[in-house]
Design a protein around this ligand. Structure first.
Ligand SMILES: NC(=O)c1ccc[n+]([C@@H]2O[C@H](COP(=O)([O-])OP(=O)(O)OC[C@H]3O[C@@H](n4cnc5c(N)ncnc54)[C@H](OP(=O)(O)O)[C@@H]3O)[C@@H](O)[C@H]2O)c1
Length: 232
């Protein structure tokens, strides 16, 4: 299968890439930092010889770059799966966060998924199959005082995902909203997770791969997953 994953050089995106690589698929990965992308590709092809890993440097906060990445993917074939994962987490509160934080986070957390999906969808709709995963968050459904622009962007991403699910029903294209609680990635900086208080990126990857494995008759609409002890 052709699998497009954004923000795949680290964290959840990389874990999802590894889980699909283990099944021997052809992956199309992007992120902004070329060195991390190349290291990811080398690591995955070394561990999973049957996988093909293609990478392209792209800053998805820029619409033109999103469309270039989409075009590059389409040159290689019609996507079977899209994982809209690239995201930026900057905590803040509406009343005092810096000016521009909403625009910055909307550009990566929402607009990139919207533009990429719109560019790739026509080929998938013509073929009448495919599966789109949208990385939302617990912050898409639960407001909190320090949520600010991030939470707003994730509520919007969830709205995008739910609308797309309804639209794509007659086209045989599945849409899954993924709503994780805290996951141990770079977003959490030097958080000490030795007691496994928060989840691992591999937990999310396993759920996505499982949802992708069901028959055409079944669509997992939401994957809502929290740390065992609940939110922090
Ligand atoms: N970790 C959590 O607790 C958590 C919980 C709920 C939801 N999520 C969501 O899950 C997704 C992944 O989060 P994560 O924690 O795994 O993030 P992460 O570890 O910070 O990794 C983010 C990935 O996206 C790439 N990226 C960031 N900005 C980009 C841009 N403008 N264009 C292209 N690629 C970009 C990064 O590479 P470069 O920096 O090189 O571009 C990296 O590969 C996000 O949408 C996040 O909101 C995370």
């Amino acid at each position: 299968m052709n699998i497009v994953i954004t923000g795949a050089s680290k964290g959840i995106g990389r874990a999802v890439a590894a889980a699909f690589a283990a099944e021997g698929h052809r992956l199309f990965l992007c992120a902004r930092t070329e060195a991390h992308l190349n290291e990811t590709a080398s690591d995955l092809t070394r561990r999973y010889a049957s996988a093909e890993v293609l990478v392209m440097k792209a800053d998805l906060s820029d619409k033109a770059s999103v469309l270039d990445f989409a075009e590059w993917c389409l040159q290689h074939g019609v996507p079977d799966i899209i994982v809209n994962n690239a995201g930026l987490f900057k905590p803040g509160s509406v009343h005092n966060e810096p000016d521009g934080l909403l625009e910055e986070q909307l550009s990566v957390n929402l607009f990139s998924a919207y533009h990429l999906t719109r560019a790739l969808l026509p080929s998938m709709m013509k073929r009448k199959s495919g599966h789109i995963f949208n990385l939302c968050s617990i912050a898409s459904v639960a407001a909190y005082a320090n949520g600010g622009a991030y939470s707003i962007s994730k509520f919007a991403m969830y709205g995008f995902s739910k609308n797309l699910r309804e639209e794509m029903k007659p086209f045989g294209i599945k849409v899954t909203s993924v709503l994780p609680g805290a996951v141990m990635t770079d977003s959490w900086g030097d958080f000490d997770n030795t007691d496994q208080r928060i989840m691992e990126a591999e937990d999310i990857a396993k759920m996505i791969v499982a949802a992708a494995s069901l028959s055409p008759a079944a669509c997992v609409e939401e994957i809502l997953i929290r740390p065992q002890l609940g939110d922090l």
